[in-house]
Write a protein that binds this ligand. Structure first.
Ligand SMILES: *Cc1c(COP(=O)(O)O)cnc(C)c1O
Length: 441
């Protein structure tokens, strides 16, 4: 009998761990250690040259963190992954590497507030400039925005908070035509709803703080690199990325003592390996083994949690659409949504359970509404087990100017909801009582 084709390959969630090597323990151990004893000098040489498998120092790699990295790479169909202390570290190290020494990144106006803020305020000081093009929605018109020193195209697969869905296949084709990679922030969708690598993305970044872990109890980031198993490997030696071809002293070949580059020393994941041994090694945003362990537990229930969030969102949308105090509802699952067609193509299991609506009323009424909410949590996170409500223009996207908010489709009366795992009817009941407190029954 041939192997079954699974609808969702849960085996990948359990990948990269063999209980037989750990006294049959079913849950991966937490390797709470700073360093690793080298067997002998030959072993130390081999570890540093990347010719021997193993661990160097927990700032750079750790067995518990390694399981997390391999599982997320497997879930996304990538060749390798790197876990970091936050989603912002994943984003920052990715662009510091791609545009090392200066360059431009082409992106759109639909960005996580923290990313938009960093792109404005800190990256230009490193000579890295972001072009926020409204053409990101029309890949056919985007070509003119690619400049000689553009080093990557960057999008969020499903954006925050308006749910803009990126046309990954078209963007990947355009990026590759110009010899640059497509980088996708897939935080909202998670590998359960979307695998950007399948559509040509070269690098996928996550804030694992959000739905990937899903329990609001840690901060973590992950970078996944496409490769032989998913998309073809990116041609890093095309002349645009000399940093990937630099010969490294530590990567010397033991046979002939010749210096090697990351392309040679780590052909299965040169990009994340370079970040590991440069930006992670030197700047140090390492994920601790305990947080990696928590993330491993969180990911065990990824499919169940995300399915419930998707179905809860559908029920809340149905309620909001009939509510006279709601001016509009934005979610790519709605046939009227401008991204509905793209959602049908890229999100066949459903669009992430994050939506926004326009509050019909004064600022005071909208504040009274938020203060009357009981069951939903009022804080800035998404994809959590708890259902969350937040006034984005004043909080998550408060650093954007009114013009930038407008360009990003964030209207002043926008309220963002992120569905959790509570009962949908209870969530509706809570919204209902809060509206009633403000407007009367
Ligand atoms: C939260 C978030 C980030 C940043 O992640 P942290 O783990 O908070 O550093 C990046 N991108 C998106 C889309 C996010 O929602």
């Amino acid at each position: 009998m041939s192997n079954p084709v699974y609808k969702f390959d849960t085996l990948k969630i359990r990948a990269a761990y063999d209980p037989a090597l750990h006294n049959q323990a079913v849950s991966p151990p937490i390797y709470q250690t700073a360093a690793y004893e080298f067997r002998d000098t030959k072993n130390a040489d081999g570890l540093f040259a990347l010719t021997d498998p193993g661990f160097l120092y927990t700032r750079v790699n750790n067995p518990t963190v390694d399981i997390l990295e391999r599982r997320v790479a497997a879930l996304d169909g990538g060749s390798a992954a790197l876990a970091l202390a936050s989603g912002m570290a994943a984003i920052s190290y990715t662009f510091l590497t791609l545009a090392e020494g200066g360059g431009r990144i082409l992106t759109g106006p639909y960005l996580y507030g923290g990313s938009a803020d960093a792109f404005h305020k800190i990256f230009p000081k490193f000579g890295i400039h972001f072009d926020l093009s409204p053409n990101i929605d029309r890949p056919g018109d985007l070509e003119g925005d690619i400049k000689p020193d553009t080093k990557a195209i960057f999008v969020e697969s499903v954006s925050n908070p308006t749910g803009a869905v990126a046309d990954l296949e078209a963007l990947a084709a355009l990026a590759h035509k110009h010899g640059i990679p497509l980088v996708v922030d897939n935080t909202f969708a998670t590998p359960y709803l979307l695998n950007p690598v399948k559509y040509g993305a070269d690098i996928v970044v996550y804030s694992a703080t959000k739905a990937l872990n899903g329990h609001g109890n840690l901060i973590a980031g992950i970078i996944v690199e496409a490769g032989p198993e998913g998309a073809p490997p990116f041609p890093w030696d095309n002349g645009k990325f000399p940093q990937m071809e630099e010969l490294q002293y530590v990567l010397r070949d033991r046979a002939d003592n010749r210096k090697r580059s990351y392309l040679e020393a780590a052909p299965g994941g040169p990009f994340v390996t370079r970040i590991r041994l440069h930006y992670l090694n030197y700047f140090g945003a390492a994920l601790g083994p305990f947080d990696a362990y928590l993330a491993l537990i969180g990911i065990e229930t990824l499919s169940e949690r995300v399915q419930k969030q998707v179905s809860n969102a559908e029920k809340i949308i149905a309620y909001l659409e009939k509510n006279s105090h709601v001016a509009w509802v934005k979610h790519p699952s709605l046939p009227s949504d401008p991204y509905h067609k793209l959602a049908q193509k890229y999100l066949p299991r459903g669009a992430p359970g994050i939506l926004s609506f326009g509050f019909k009323g004064t600022v005071e009424q909208s504040e009274a509404f938020l203060n009357a909410i009981e069951l939903w949590s009022y804080h800035v996170n998404v994809g959590d087990a708890r259902s969350l409500i937040v006034n984005s223009p004043k909080t998550t996207h408060g650093e954007l100017t009114p013009e930038e908010q407008k360009l990003a489709g964030i209207e002043p009366n926008l309220i963002r909801l992120s569905l959790g795992l509570e009962d949908a009817e209870d969530l509706v009941a809570d919204l209902d009582q809060a509206f009633a407190k403000v407007f009367g029954a």
